[in-house]
Design a protein around this ligand. Structure first.
Ligand SMILES: NC(=O)c1ccc[n+]([C@@H]2O[C@H](COP(=O)([O-])OP(=O)(O)OC[C@H]3O[C@@H](n4cnc5c(N)ncnc54)[C@H](OP(=O)(O)O)[C@@H]3O)[C@@H](O)[C@H]2O)c1
Length: 341
């Protein structure tokens, strides 16, 4: 990308991720010349007391844009499929939060703490990984470099905001109904039901659609995206992804089988010296990461670091991050920072 003092930036989508992108651009002092904000419909919005004019998206809107941060919905009629190529044709580099381009071999999939150098091989589009993958690879990478990784088994505990604004609203609505009249089996009859089950006072192991071998698409994302980001397709990865009634902040219980033995103290030491990680691990003081504390933060928090009592190559980590920040907007803006370095 041609070096400039300031860049024309577009943010596409003002849902839960798009709003965080606007915050990150401001908070990270990204050198913005002109900022244009697009969604399906035009309106004025207020973020932390700052007013933004949202324009209805159009191909012409991308003229003169250097960097386009996409946070619209995915799929055939989604923002990225419809407009990403239009944006690149007009000279912009696209950083896309959705899944549409992630597995395209021509598109780098980047978590700067792991594979920042991949940014350089872009051909106009760079993909931001899935939220549950990002926090996992940030935690895996320092262990991988020190001891190698043979196998990973992950169970996630994912917040409602991971499924967008409508899912946050569904959980809020369910909580109101539960408080008003009962405890279980709340009749969820919302017009825009965003999740496949009731989430209030409930958990369900179903994120994305069911696909090959009865894993969900979210579970396959954790496998395939991790392989691509870490450039190692031999790591045996298997995941169970679970939605929990948390507003924001995904948690993951991750079991790692290393190639060389690693003590819990060695793992703590390596992780606490690694970029983008904060270790919170003092069990005697009840200190471990929790989503409510990670909300609004940019780091990945790791605790409960302990060895498998039966296997010297086995290690457990409890990994928590804000899915809208490091899991989406923070990572996307960090990619943009790499791009302009
Ligand atoms: N939520 C997360 O934790 C998370 C994490 C990683 C990645 N992602 C990805 O980030 C993207 C945004 O997710 P979100 O959770 O912020 O969704 P969201 O809350 O549902 O918001 C979606 C936004 O995209 C806009 N939009 C939808 N279709 C559009 C189109 N064709 N053209 C222009 N704008 C369009 C909507 O516009 P209107 O407001 O005008 O309707 C809305 O502002 C998705 O691809 C998602 O998979 C999300």
């Amino acid at each position: 990308m041609k070096k400039k003092a300031k860049y024309n930036v577009a943010v596409i989508g003002v849902g839960v991720v798009g709003i965080e992108m606007l915050r990150c651009l401001k908070q990270f002092n990204f050198p913005v010349a002109e900022l244009r904000v697009f969604a399906r419909s035009a309106r004025q919005i207020d973020v932390d007391g700052l007013k933004y004019s949202v324009e209805a998206i159009s191909p012409e809107g991308f003229s003169g844009i250097d960097i386009a941060l996409f946070a619209g919905t995915e799929g055939e009629k989604g923002a990225a499929v419809t407009y990403a190529q239009e944006a690149t044709r007009r000279g912009a580099v696209v950083i896309d939060n959705g899944a549409d381009f992630r597995m395209d071999p021509a598109v780098p999939l980047v978590v700067p703490e792991v594979n920042a150098k991949d940014v350089k091989i872009h051909k106009g589009i760079i993909a931001n990984p899935n939220c549950s993958t990002i926090q996992m690879v940030v935690a895996l990478w320092p262990i991988y470099k020190k001891a190698g990784i043979r196998r990973v088994i992950a169970t996630t505990f994912q917040a409602s905001s991971g499924a967008g604004k409508a899912a946050v609203e569904q959980l809020e609505e369910e909580n109101i109904r539960i408080a008003a009249g009962g405890y279980q089996d709340v009749e969820v009859n919302l017009e825009n039901k965003a999740m496949p089950q009731q989430l209030g006072y409930n958990v369900f192991p179903h994120i994305g659609g069911f696909s090959e071998d009865d894993y969900t698409s979210e579970e396959w994302k954790m496998v395939r995206e991790t392989h691509k980001i870490m450039h190692d397709y031999k790591i045996k990865i298997s995941a169970t992804t679970v939605r929990v009634p948390v507003r924001t902040g995904h948690s993951e219980a991750i079991y790692i089988e290393t190639k060389k033995p690693l003590s819990a103290n060695q793992a703590k030491d390596i992780l606490s010296k690694s970029a983008g990680i904060i270790v919170l691990d003092e069990p005697k003081k009840n200190l471990y990461p929790m989503p409510k504390d990670a909300e609004g933060k940019d780091e990945v928090f790791i605790g409960r670091i302990r060895r498998d009592p039966f296997l010297k190559y086995g290690l457990w980590l409890w990994v928590v991050a804000d899915n809208l920040r490091k899991g989406a907007a923070t990572n996307a803006v960090q990619i943009a920072q790499e791009l302009i370095k």
